[in-house]
Design a protein around this ligand. Structure first.
Ligand SMILES: C[S@@+](CC[C@H](N)C(=O)[O-])C[C@H]1O[C@@H](n2cnc3c(N)ncnc32)[C@H](O)[C@@H]1O
Length: 152
């Protein structure tokens, strides 16, 4: 496992999705989806065509599943090369190391025009098109969150 479960606050999620210009014909993938909160908001409030999550923790994976979203229980590193080519939006809330591992996979398999929204962690080779600061209540009280948006 690369990263522990730390949920993104809802207002950060909405800002991540706005930053990635999410709309109703998008297919969105959240790598490390936790309890599925990003894919659920993408489906329920942004009406994306499909919302897919990948989660390694079996308990969280079960919690993330519902009728509206597709959740795959497994390792994002092995599943990324199969899933990334299918999607138009990618969301992540991981770590510097995890983004480092995923960046070459994204560059190799991501479609041209893929929009990426990453909570708090940047990529080395990609340059963000937008950076947004959001103050939100999370597990540690009111804290500042950064959102980095990219487009291939
Ligand atoms: C920081 S949480 C983010 C959860 C959710 N995306 C959000 O923003 O609220 C990271 C999640 O990635 C999951 N994870 C860590 N390593 C993983 C891996 N190799 N494959 C799939 N999921 C993984 C963790 O179990 C955790 O739920």
């Amino acid at each position: 496992m690369l990263v522990p479960f730390v949920p993104s606050p809802p207002e950060v999620i909405r800002e991540m999705l706005r930053c990635a210009k999410v709309k109703n014909d998008d297919i969105l993938l959240d790598l490390g989806c936790g309890d599925g909160r990003i894919i659920k908001i993408a489906k329920e409030e942004f009406y994306v065509r499909e919302a897919i999550g990948v989660e390694i923790d079996k308990r969280l994976c079960r919690e993330a599943k519902n009728d509206n979203v597709e959740v795959i229980c497994g390792d994002m590193v092995t599943l990324s090369s199969i899933l990334i080519p299918k999607v138009s939006v990618l969301t992540l809330y991981l770590s510097t190391r995890a983004n480092e591992i995923l960046e070459d996979i994204i560059l190799k398999y991501g479609k041209k025009g893929l929009r990426i929204s990453s909570h708090d962690f940047t990529f080395e080779k990609l340059r963000p098109t937008k950076e947004i600061k959001v103050k939100a209540m999370g597990l540690l009280g009111w804290t500042e969150h950064m959102i980095y948006c990219y487009e291939l």
